[in-house]
Each structure stands twice: as structure tokens, then as C-alpha cells.
Design a protein around this ligand. Structure first.
Ligand SMILES: N[C@@H](CCC(=O)N[C@@H](CS)C(=O)NCC(=O)O)C(=O)O
Length: 122
């Protein structure tokens, strides 16, 4: 079973690499402003999880770089996710804002949030 999961994971990563979505173009000022606005966001994820790949594709499309925290390979990030968000489920977007932390689960909700915050800027 774990071999099949491993093969599927590699397949997902390979297809994702081949069929990368078009990245929107930002000039250096726009990019810097966007990155500044994205401070406080971090994506907890697994490398080969299809729902995480979906969110990472949206990040690529938006030309937005977020810290990616591997909740499978890192005990630290796994612990943060479990303690902060309440469960080990990925993807999960951590939103630190004004001293408050929110944990947003569900790939579709994360994508909607990111589009709402970043797709209309510039
Ligand atoms: N509906 C969720 C599905 C997420 C999901 O099933 N993630 C898996 C990894 S691919 C997971 O975290 N499984 C662990 C668990 O559910 O406890 C989404 O779209 O984000």
C-alpha cells in the first residue's frame, strides 16, 4: 500500500511539474508589495498530497511565495499544526495577523482566501 502511495505521489509531482500553470507577471515593486502583504502566512502541507499540490499551483499562478512547512517530515511543524489548528490535516494555511493566529483548512477555502487577498491586487 505504501509503495502504491509512493508511486502516486511521484506521479502527482511529475505531472504538476510538467503542467505548471501560467504565472502572472509582477514587476519588482508589485512583487515586493505582495510579499510584504503576505507576511504572517505559512502553508502547512505534505509534498505529494494532491490537495496541497492544488494550493501550491495557485501560489505559483499568483506568483506568491509563502513559507511551506512540511508537516510530515518535521516534528516541529507537525506539532505546531496539531496544537494550533487542532488536527493533522493538510493543507492548512496559518494566518498570523495582529497577534492573532487563525488556521484555515480545506484547499478550496485556502484558494478562495488567497484569491480574495491577492488576485485583485496590482
Ligand atoms: N477536503 C480536504 C482534504 C485534505 C486531505 O484529505 N488531506 C490529507 C492528505 S492528502 C490529510 O491531511 N489526511 C490526514 C487526515 O485526514 O487525518 C481539502 O481539500 O483540503
Amino acid at each position: 500500500m505504501s509503495v502504491i502511495r509512493w508511486i502516486l505521489g511521484k506521479l502527482i509531482l511529475g505531472l504538476n511539474f510538467i503542467f505548471r500553470p501560467t504565472q502572472r507577471k509582477l514587476n519588482p515593486e508589485q512583487k515586493a508589495a505582495q510579499q510584504e502583504a503576505a507576511k504572517g502566512l505559512a502553508l502547512y502541507q505534505f509534498a505529494a498530497c494532491p490537495f496541497c499540490v492544488k494550493v501550491r499551483r495557485e501560489l505559483h499562478r499568483l506568483n506568491l511565495e509563502l513559507p511551506l512547512r512540511d508537516a510530515k517530515g518535521s516534528d516541529l511543524y507537525r506539532g505546531e499544526l496539531e496544537q494550533g489548528g487542532g488536527r493533522i490535516k493538510v493543507p492548512c494555511l496559518r494566518i498570523d495577523d495582529n497577534g492573532q493566529t487563525k488556521w484555515l483548512y480545506e484547499s478550496n477555502d485556502i484558494i478562495t482566501y488567497l484569491r480574495h487577498r491577492f488576485a485583485t491586487e496590482q
